[in-house]
Ligand binder design. Structure first.
Ligand code: ZN
Length: 277
């Protein structure tokens, strides 16, 4: 039962209502311990100004969303690799616990998912080299298989951890996973893969709920307690495996939570943190 100080507000949860400054103030008002900005919100505010306001508010930063998208141009172009370097630099600037990676899906016009996955591994390896120098951990976020074509061809914890083992065999802490319950709750291997990850690879924990029915593949995530995910059960597993970071609340919800008063969203998030997580 996370207390508000153990929660982090992913800015996507109030994306439609608040800018970064409003998110920071909202966290302070509701006693929420951390924040996880998306880069568009951070860019709007200005990276150094955003970093200053987060630090002044005393908030932890559970992650920066997001780097990756290695397949966007069908090859690992300088533009793709440079943008990932910038994402690393921005994560450092705001003192993020990790840079979260949504790796990209199939290249446009391609049916070759093996090629996409190879491109992702190559790209992650290159970003990892840069991120090691900057001291910024990289967290691969496996996405639910329904996003394999258009968002991320890394779809399970096992796949993400296999990449970690290949690219960072010493489990140095430089590379790990972001475990988002929305993407992985259904996986029969989840408990085993959480244990396999352990403290050195579990870099972020994202929570929300899976609604039945789900009306939109991207923008209909539920508030904790409104769906079918055993969030408390999964949280216990990641904590037993050594994760001690914040519970980051990330809810894309065009028709429900993005239409509510943002303070009501945070009030509900704090309450459901206590009762449904
Ligand atoms: Zn997530």
């Amino acid at each position: 039962m996370p207390e508000p100080a153990q929660l982090s507000l992913n800015t996507a949860t109030v994306r439609a209502q608040w800018n970064l400054a409003q998110c920071v103030d909202g966290c302070v008002r509701h006693g929420i311990g951390g924040i996880a900005p998306w880069r568009d919100k951070l860019h709007e505010a200005g990276v150094s100004e955003g970093a200053r306001m987060i630090a002044d508010a005393g908030l932890a930063v559970s992650g920066l969303c997001r780097g990756g998208w290695y397949t966007a141009e069908g090859a690992l172009t300088d533009a793709v690799l440079d943008d990932n370097k910038r994402a690393v630099d921005e994560a450092v600037a705001i003192g993020a616990a990790c840079l979260v990676m949504v790796v990209g899906g199939l290249a446009e016009g391609s049916k070759d998912i093996a090629a996409a996955r190879a491109m992702v591994e190559d790209g992650l390896g290159q970003t990892l080299e840069y991120a090691r120098g900057a001291g910024m951990p990289i967290a691969i976020e496996p996405l639910h298989p329904m996003y394999a074509a258009d968002r991320a061809c890394v779809n399970t914890m096992r796949q993400a951890l296999d990449l970690c083992d290949a690219l960072d065999p010493d489990a140095s802490g430089a590379l790990g996973v972001a475990c988002d319950v929305y993407h992985v709750w259904w996986d029969p291997e989840l408990p085993d893969q959480i244990n396999r990850a352990g403290a050195s690879r579990l870099l972020a924990f994202h929570i929300c709920d899976w609604l039945v029915p789900t009306r939109d593949l991207l923008l209909d995530r539920g508030m904790m307690g409104d769906g079918v995910i055993d969030i408390a059960g999964i949280r216990s597993q990641v904590e037993a495996a050594g994760f001690s970071g914040l519970n980051e609340v990330e809810i894309f919800s065009a028709e429900t939570w993005w239409k509510r008063d943002a303070d009501d969203v945070l009030t509900t998030m704090v309450e459901r943190g206590r009762t449904a997580s």
